[in-house]
Every structure is written in structure tokens, then in C-alpha cells.
Design a protein around this ligand. Structure first.
Ligand SMILES: NC(=O)c1ccc[n+]([C@@H]2O[C@H](COP(=O)([O-])OP(=O)(O)OC[C@H]3O[C@@H](n4cnc5c(N)ncnc54)[C@H](OP(=O)(O)O)[C@@H]3O)[C@@H](O)[C@H]2O)c1
Length: 314
């Protein structure tokens, strides 16, 4: 799929970023799509696009009021009643409870899109004692994916999409210091660590899901306008408003790309890949280290308390 690039893997985003976007016009009629973080930005656009294509949207979000507003909007676009489940991803017990409710209520799931994410400029630990970006961007998504794995297999053909980021290129993942106790925390590297961990587990899950009819891929949703980073205070927001936001694109492109990855027949058998919007891209070499990837996979199982569960026997 990926053509020979004149760029080294570190810079493959330049090649992939110049390619035209692929399109889909597949119906998603009645398909159950579980999406996290639909209350703004990328996730909002993905939910709207998939609802317009006929999907039933099941959201996991933290804000009830925003969820109600989005449900009202989706009802004007789709004949399927959207549903939402509340969970703060900085609290893994809430993520587990919401996912277990989804398992109880949906015997069939066609698409899982792990999108919710955060960028922190300061180190802050969650109630579970994890660095927040790592917990929200990686561990929560890992927990949801793991708990839904068997259901995705029972529902196959089905697809899992991890909304990742070119930010994985910032590096930052140190297996013996996931909580930044031995190093000074940096927002970009903290973000990079979480996205690298997520990518590494995509390769592992893709292998695990081989021959099950379930695909798992990761994508960068573009550099688009959203609320990301707005939790970081006035200075950040001032800088972002004048220097970052004007350079960003409309997040409609992210929704369109996620819809393509979720629906296109061209993606039927594609798994274990990283996409820049709709185009396959070579991830940064540090994120393809399978040895560390296996370690991070085992560690993630432990950190979400699933190391003794049989959820991975698919
Ligand atoms: N925007 C970009 O240019 C860009 C580039 C690369 C990757 N991404 C990735 O795209 C994904 C979506 O980000 P975005 O840019 O659309 O940002 P956003 O507008 O801030 O949306 C993030 C979503 O995640 C939810 N969320 C954040 N923290 C949460 C928590 N603790 N518990 C539950 N939900 C939480 C937010 O909920 P609330 O509405 O309640 O805050 C919101 O729905 C992220 O994974 C991000 O890393 C974005």
C-alpha cells in the first residue's frame, strides 16, 4: 500500500501529508459504532459523519450536558437513537463500568473508535496514580479495547480505530518511568509517550486478532482545530489562539477520514497500520520496536488490572 518513500521513516509524515485523501460512500446503515470523546473536535466530527452514513452512535464521554446536546443533534440526522455512557478517562474504574454497560447492552459492535485524548503541559497524576495523558490517551483506550475484544470478534467483520497522532514522534516513552518520577515532565514528550504506547499495542493487538475478522489500525486525524490543550490555562490558550489555531484545518477532514477507515471496502483486510488521515504512513522507528512493544503491552494489561483476565483469548 505504501509507495517507496524518498523520506526517511522519521519524516514519512511529509510524504503522507501531501497525498490526496481517499473517499468512501459506503452506507453504515444500522452499524453500531462505539466512539469515545465525541463532545468536541475530531470525535464530534466522526460521530456526525458516521451518523449521516446511517450508523447508530454509542458514545463514551465525560460530560452529560454536552452528550445530551450531541444526541439531540444526531437525532436530526439519523433514524437511530444515539446512546451515551459517562466516564472520566482519568478514572479507570469509571471506564470499566461504562464499557461493561456497553457489553451488556450491545450484543453486536461493528466499529470501535478510541478517540478521547488530552494534552497536558504539567505532570498530574490520576486517581489511579498514572500520569494523566498516559492514562487518558493510552490506558483508558487499552482498557476499553481489551474489554470489548471478544465482542468485536463475535461481531466480525469489525474494525477498531485508534485515533493516535503524529505526536508519537515526540518520543518520551520510558518503560521504567511511565509516571515521570525520574525525569522532568514535558507536555509534548508526555503526549508522545502516550501515543507511542498506544501505537505499540496496536501492532500487538493486530497480531492477536489475526484471522478473527477484526482489524485494528491507528490514525493521525490531521492538525485540526479542536479544544485540545485548552485545559492548560490562560497562557497556553493565548499562545494557541494566536499562533497555533490559525495554522490548523477544519476537523471535518478528521471525521471524513475516520468514516473512510471505518467503512471503506478497501480497508476490509487492512490491519496493524498507521494512517495519516486516509493514507498509510510509516510511523517513527522508536514506535515499531516490537520488543519494547511487547513489554508495554504486558505492562498495560497489569496497569488496567486485566493481567489475570481471559479477555485476550480470542
Ligand atoms: N486536533 C488535532 O490536531 C489532533 C492532532 C493529532 C491527534 N489528535 C487526537 O485526536 C483525538 C481527539 O482530540 P481533539 O483534537 O478532537 O481534542 P478535543 O476537542 O479536546 O476533544 C477531546 C475529546 O476527548 C474528551 N476527553 C478529554 N479528556 C477526557 C477525560 N479525562 N475523560 C473523558 N473524555 C475526555 C473530551 O471531552 P470534553 O468535551 O468533556 O472535554 C473531548 O470529547 C485525541 O486523541 C488527540 O490526541 C488531535
Amino acid at each position: 500500500m505504501s509507495k517507496k518513500s524518498k523520506f526517511p521513516p522519521e519524516l514519512d509524515f511529509i510524504r503522507a501529508g501531501r497525498l490526496p485523501q481517499k473517499k468512501s460512500n459506503e452506507s453504515m446503515e444500522g452499524k453500531i459504532c462505539v466512539i469515545t470523546g465525541t463532545t468536541s473536535g475530531v470525535g464530534y466530527q466522526a460521530a456526525i459523519r458516521l451518523a449521516k452514513a446511517g450508523a447508530k452512535i454509542v458514545m463514551i464521554v465525560r460530560n452529560k450536558e454536552k452528550a445530551e446536546n450531541l444526541c439531540a443533534e444526531i437525532k436530526t440526522l439519523s433514524s437511530y437513537q444515539p446512546d451515551y455512557y459517562i466516564a472520566d478517562f482519568a478514572d479507570l474504574s469509571q471506564v470499566k463500568t461504562a464499557t461493561e454497560s456497553i457489553l451488556k447492552n450491545y450484543p453486536h459492535i461493528d466499529v470501535l473508535i478510541n478517540n478521547a485524548g488530552v494534552h497536558m503541559t504539567r505532570r498530574k497524576l490520576t486517581v489511579d496514580g498514572h500520569e494523566t495523558a498516559f492514562a487518558v490517551n493510552h490506558l483508558a483506550a487499552f482498557l476499553i479495547t481489551s474489554l470489548l475484544l471478544k465482542r468485536m470478534v463475535e461481531s466480525s467483520p469489525s474494525r477498531i480505530i485508534q485515533v493516535n497522532s503524529e505526536g508519537h514522534r515526540f518520543k518520551g516513552l520510558k518503560i521504567d518511568d511511565l509516571n515521570w518520577e525520574k525525569r522532568r515532565y514535558g507536555g509534548y514528550r508526555g503526549y508522545g509517550a502516550s501515543k507511542t504506547a498506544q501505537l505499540m499495542t496496536v501492532w500487538e493487538l493486530s497480531d492477536l486478532l489475526q484471522n478473527t475478522g477484526v482489524t485494528i489500525n491507528a490514525m493521525h486525524p490531521g492538525a485540526v482545530k479542536s479544544n485540545i490543550g485548552t485545559n492548560n490555562g490562560k497562557m497556553y490558550n493565548f499562545f494557541s489562539r494566536f499562533f497555533i489555531q490559525p495554522t490548523l484545518k477544519n476537523p471535518v477532514i478528521s471525521g471524513d477520514a475516520i468514516y473512510y477507515l471505518a467503512s471503506s471496502p478497501e480497508m476490509n483486510d487492512v490491519s496493524g497500520k498507521f494512517f495519516n488521515l486516509t493514507n498509510e504512513e510509516i510511523p517513527a522507528p522508536h514506535a515499531t520496536n516490537r520488543e519494547i512493544g511487547k513489554e508495554i503491552f504486558q505492562l498495560s494489561k497489569k496497569l488496567v488490572n486485566l493481567d489475570n483476565e481471559n479477555v485476550y483469548e480470542v
